[in-house]
Design a protein around this ligand. Sequence first.
Ligand code: MN
Length: 621
Amino acid sequence: MSRPLVNMNEANITVYRMSPGCDLGDVEVGKTYIGRVQGFANFGTFVQLNDRVKGLVHKSNVRTQHKERDSILVRVLNIRTNGNIDLEEVTIPVYTVEMVEKKSTAVRLAELGGKVGKTVRIEGEIAQIKQTSGPTIFTIVDESGTENAAAFVEAGVRAYPEAECGDMVRIVGEVMMRQNQLQIEVESLTILAGKDAEAVRERIEKALDLRSEPPDIPLLIESPVLEKLKPEMRKVAKIIRRAVFTSQPIVLRHHADADGICAGVAIEQAVIALMRESGADFDADYFLFKRAPSKAPFYEIEDIIRDLDFATKDNVRYGQKMPLVILMDNGSTEEDLPSMKMAQVYDLSMVVIDHHHPDAVVDQYLVGHVNPYHVGGDFGITAGMLGTEVARLVNPAVEPVIRHLPAVAGVGDRSEAPERARYLALVQDTYTEENCRDIALALDYQQFWLRFNDGREIIKDVLNLAGDTERHRKLVAHLVEGANLAIQDQMSACMPHVRHQTLQNGAELFLIDVEIHAHKFTFPPPGKTSGEVHDRLCQQHAGSPVVTIGFGPDFAVLRSRGVMMNIPQMVRELREEIPGGGISGGGHLVVGSIKFVEGMREEVLNGLIAKISRVKTGMPA
Ligand code: MN
């Protein structure tokens, strides 16, 4: 043998192991690799450097005896122009192994569209792992976007079981189109550790932070209060954008009335468009975004438990992250606390966009809270107005579609703030105040029959977001007709039973038992029935302060005009003063509800009326 023997003193010799993504281009002449014996021919031994690269050790260069699949050290002598690799076997007793990664530099996910058919290397965080009946789908997030990577070992078998959600990984694979979606077919997936992982995490973190920053745009209307809320709106918009960019699911809970629906739908439009834009799956808007109306004007235990039920199942079944919870037109008051505490057990992030009078105690559970009371405003700036402004910050592209929602919300919630008129003026060419009132009523009526469903698509027709204005007009007209007939029916049943008294502060008080003098389990429900009664009485007593109490066996709904009430505070006081009353409730300052135990109704209602009769009255100028 003329070749020099390996120098036994070179203990620190490096041999290379080709990672599965490597190809011929990554092989270097002169370097020593760990290979595997693939087979034998009479002129030599075939050796695989990985699944895609193999070479030949000519029989003159074989040093030891082998079986198939034996490990073997080989040095590259030559790479021929036709791609054949000439190897020689080497024997080195002590050596260090270094992995050879594919040479290509990491490609950002947003650039994959231009790389179909090519093998690329990407680096990012695993945001979701879904086992299909075929491959395992890893959803990868980097600083530029989101894409899926499919890894296959055997049908229905989890590939790379050691890889977990939140791991930083390096993936090599071919970019493919599957059902109009970009996808990477994984050839190798390496979980990054230590400094490598840190570096990638830091890079992604920095870029994500920048990318999540909302655009710098003016408000839709002039409003000193909204102007002051802008920093908090930007903060919440950034949290929502970040959730979208990191494939974190979003659960949006909103009060099931026209204002709450407008608020929720505005954010829904912004979020779904942003998901599509950033490369999420075509059906991501269904499994990564859930909008759910809440019957109560607060986050009920029933709601949080259902949300946690879904979130924990999705987490286990589909490897989804735990969701960001957005509460709209509710979430500001101490009635939300029991649910917030429950959410905290699971470390859920929550943000609130609300115009109910806030109790500061909720803020320890929230990562963001937009509320006009925080900056000297009040409930006249409704959730639908706030939601639409935040939605524009989440995704300004949806503005043309949602810019009429604040007007509908303002009319629906009977806002008397100057902002109401400005939002109406903004869209007056397309929607009159009458149109907005009809849409709001149609929303209320439709939501009543939808019950706990979100009605995602049909609601778009009511709000004219689906682009079919003709269908929108017809649908709203029918819903309004149905709602008005039902309201008339209800009013003719209950108006004759209204009891009246004038309180010592001059307020006209009206009482209606909606349990026995109104139709039950139909539209309008007790709260809306009391509101309609109140509206009629206000007209009949123009110029006077008016309070209407609609009550049932264990609840009362309050509506008022020109009486400076603080319903949440009254409820707190009554709870102290009437032991055994089982009292709870709240709502807005002058519009709200109270619950109690049936056997204490007389005491509670009398106590309530006594408090109302001591409140200052004053009609707005
Ligand atoms: Mn509202």
